[in-house]
Design a protein around this ligand. Sequence first.
Ligand code: ADP
Ligand code: MG
Ligand code: MG
Length: 931
Amino acid sequence: MTNKKYVFSFEEGDSSDKKLLGGKGANLCGMTQIGLPVPPGFVITSEACLAYLKRRDKGLQKEVVDQVQEEMKALEKKTGKGFGDPRNPLLVSVRSGAAMSMPGMMDTILNLGLNDSTIKGIIKNTKNERFAYDLYRRLIQLFGSIALGLGDEVFDDAFEEVKKANNASADIGLDGGAMKEVCERFLAIVEKESGKPFPQDPYVQLYLAVEAVFASWMGKRAVDYRKEFNITPDMADGTAVNICTMVFGNMGEDCATGVAFTRDPASGENRLYGEYMVNAQGEDVVAGIRTPSPIMQLRRQMPEVYRQLETLRRTLENHYREVQDFEFTIEREKLYCLQTRNAKMNAAAFIKSSIDMVNEGLISEEKGLLRIQPDMLAQLLHPRLDPNYAAESLAKGLPASPGAASGKVVFDADRAETKSKIGEKVILVREETKPDDIHGFFAAQGVLTSRGGKTSHAAVVARSMGRPCVSGCEQIAIDTAAREAVIGGVVLREGDMITIDGTTGNVYQGKIPAIEPEFVDDLLMILEWADDIAKIKVMANADTPESVAKARKYGAVGIGLCRTERMFNQPERLPIVQEMILSESLEERESALERLLPFQRDDFKEIFKIMEGYPITVRLLDPPIHEFLPSADELVREIVHLRELRKTVQGMANLPDTLKLINPELHDRYSANLEVITHALDELKNQHLAETMIEAKESMLQKVRALAETNPMLGHRGVRLGITYPEIYAMQIRAILEAAAEYLAEGGQVSPEIMIPQVCTLEELKWVHRYVKKIHKEVEKKFGIAVPFRFGTMVEVVRACMRAGRIAELAEFISFGTNDLTQATFSFSREDAENKFLPLYQERGILQHNPFEVLDIKGVGRLMMITIEWARKTRPDMKFGICGEHGGHPDAIRFCHHIDMNYVSCSPPRVPIARLAAAHAKLKEKEFVFI
Ligand code: ADP
Ligand code: MG
Ligand code: MG
C-alpha cells in the first residue's frame, strides 16, 4: 500500500493547485520553480488538514509526521543546518494558508526551532546576542499566543515594562541584555499561564504549531468568516501549512523586511511601490512598531538590493501577468521573496494597469477587461468622501443612492428651494418624502430620511436623479415644527452643516471634503473595448431630458424605461395633475390633460433629440393616481391649521377693545398699529380666503379618501387606469407621437416605443392598441409624415408570463419589470419584506439573497425563460429587455445574456458598470452554469 502524499517541497508542489496547497503555498512553489529567491521549504496539504480534523483527538497522523520529518531532513541538507542542532541551528516559520485568503485563521509563527540550547549556537555564529534574543522573544510570544492561545497582552505588557526600565522608546532601543531579560520573562509567562514550560524540543514545537493551524480552520472566527462571505467547500476546504526556512531582516542595519506592489495600487502607475523597515522581522512593517520608509529610499540606502527588487518585480509580473502584492526580507543585502498574491487595488488602478499591461503585451484586451470587476466602476462615477479624511459618523441609515454630499440641513422642500435659489447648498431632511417634495430634490445636494427603505419614494427618486440619499436612518428624530433634529445625541438646527454618504449610509456632522467623479479617458477606452465584445445592449432608465443626457454620456444606446409619471412631478405640473385627478367631469379632466400635453410633448422631443435615433421606450402612466395627492393625514392637519387661522382672525377684531380694558396705557401706545392690523385682517376675512382654502382641502381630502386602497400596488394602477380613464393614456400617446412627428419633420431620427404597464391579458393590450391606432392615424394626417413606432408591454405580472404566447400577437417587444415581477413571484411586498422578515430569512439561510437586490434566477428567472420561449414561438424576432433594478447588476446581466435577451436597462450611473458586465457575460459565457 502506498501512502498518500501529504507533504510537497516548494520544488515539487503543483503551483496551479491552490485548493490543495493553499494560495500562499501554491505561489511559494510557483516562485521557487521559476527561480525566484524563496527560502527553501515545503507545504503540508489541506487534505492533511481535513484528515486531521476528522480524528483530531488522536493527534497528528503518522503519515504526516513521517513525511514532515523526511522534508525536514531535506531542508537540513539544503541549508547545511540542523533542526535543534546547537552548533548551527535551522529555524523555520509555520504559516497557514487556504485556497482563499481568510482572516480568522491561525497567524504565523516565526523562528521555530529556537530553545535554550540552540540560541547559544546563534549567538556564537552571529556574535550578536541581541539578535538571538530578539528571535527568541518573538518565537515565545508567537507560539504562546497563537499555538497555546495565551493572548498577546501579557507579553506586550512585560515587553513595555522592560522598555521602560531601559528608557527605550522602541524595540531597537533594547540591547542584548535587555532582550535576554524579555525572553526570561516570556518563558516564565508561558509556564505560569499554560501550566507547562515552553516546549524545548523543536519537533514538539513544530507538531504543536501544525496542529494549531489545522484546528484554526474550524475556529469560530474562521467559520463565521466563511459563512459571512459564502465561502463554500468547493472554493476552499481545509488549510495548508507552509514550513519555510527563516531568513532574517533583523540582523542589523544591512537587513530589512518589507511589503511592495509591482505597480502603484492607488493610481495603477507602473512603478515599484511599497515600504520597508531596517532591522526588523515579519509583520513589523504592518504592525506599526516603527514608521517604515518608502521603498524609493532603498534605492539610495541599498542600491544593489533595489536593483534585485526591480528584477523581482518584472519577473513576478511576467509570470503571473497580474499586478502582485509581495513580501520580502533582506538579509545582509540579499533579497528573499516570502509571498506573492494578486494585488487588491482601487478601480482607477485596475483600469490604468489594464490599459498599460495590454500595451506592454503582457495581457490581451479580454484579460484586461476580465480583471476589472464591473461593480468597482461605481467608485469612479459618484463623488465620494475623501478617504484621507478621518471622521466619525453620527448615524447610519440605508445606502439608498450612492455618492456623497454636504449641505445645510433644511426640513422641507420649499425651504430647500428658497435656500438653493440664493446659492446655498442644502440637504433635505425629512421623515419621508412624497411627490409634493420633488422641487426639494432638485434644489438639494442630497436627501436624508428617517423612514423608508431602499425603494421608498426618496430612495427611488434620488437614484433616478443621481442625488445621494440615505434613507431609513432611524437614529434621527425629526421635529419639523421646531425645525430641529436629534441625530445620535447631537441636535441639528436648520442651517447646520451635515454630510451624507449614500454609498455607505453614513451621516456626519459638518462638511467632509469629497472627491469629484472623473470620467477619465482610460475608463472610456475600457468601455469601448467592452462594447466591441458585448452582445447584449445597455440602455438606461431615465425620465427627464437631464438624466437622458447623462445616460447618453455614460454610453447608453437608448432608453429602456421612461416613466411618464416622473414628468408629472415637476412643481409647475403637479397642480395640473392634481386638478385632473380631482376633476368631477370628463370635460374638466380633458381640459387639465390638454394643458399637460405640451409639457410631455416637449420633454419627449427633447429626449428624442438627445438620443438621436436610439430607441426610447416610454411607459404610460403606471402608479396609483393618489400618489400625486397629499396624504389624508397631511390634509387633515392643514385643515385644522386653517380653521385655527380663521378663529384667530375673528378674535383679532376684538383685540383693541380687550386691550383697552386690560391695559389702557399699552392700548394707547399701540392703537395706531393695531388699527392697521385689524383692518388688514378684516379685508382677509371679507375675501373668505381661509374658507375657500378649507373647502378646497376638504374636497381634496374626500377624493383622497375615495381613492384610498387597501393594497395600492395591486390596485387601480397601470393599464387598469388606462382603461378606466382612457383620456389619460390618449394624451400620453398623442404627446409621444406628436413629439416624434415634430422631430422627424425637423429632419431628426426617432424610434419611439410605447410600453403598457401591468398587463395580464391580451385583451387589455387590444383595448389600448385601439386608441394607439386611432391617434397614430390622426397624428400622421396632421403632420403629413409617416411616424414609425413600436407597441409593447412590460411583463411584471405572473399571468402575463403564462400568456406570453398570446400577448406576443400584439406586443412587438417585452420588457421585464423585475421589481414587480419579484414581488408577484414571491408574494412579498418589498417594503414589508425588507423591513420585517427578509434580514432574518437571510440570517437563517432560508433565502441566500434579498431577491429585490439579486435577481432570483431559479424562480423569477425561470419565469422569464418561459416567457421568452413562448413569446418567440409566436413572434420569433420579439425584442426582450429588463428594466427592473436588477438590470444594472452584473450577475443578472450575465443571466440575461445567457437567455438571449436583447438589452438591459438601468439607471444612468450604472450604465458603465452594465457595459463592462455585458462584455464579461460574453467572455465568460462558456463557464455559465444555470443553477
Ligand atoms: P500573513 O498571511 O499574515 O501575511 P505570513 O505567513 O505571510 O502571514 O507571515 C507573516 C510575516 O512573517 C510576513 O511578514 C512574512 O513575510 C514573514 N515571514 C514568514 N515566513 C518567514 C520566513 N521564513 N522568514 C522571514 N520572514 C518570514
Ligand atoms: Mg498576518
Ligand atoms: Mg503574508
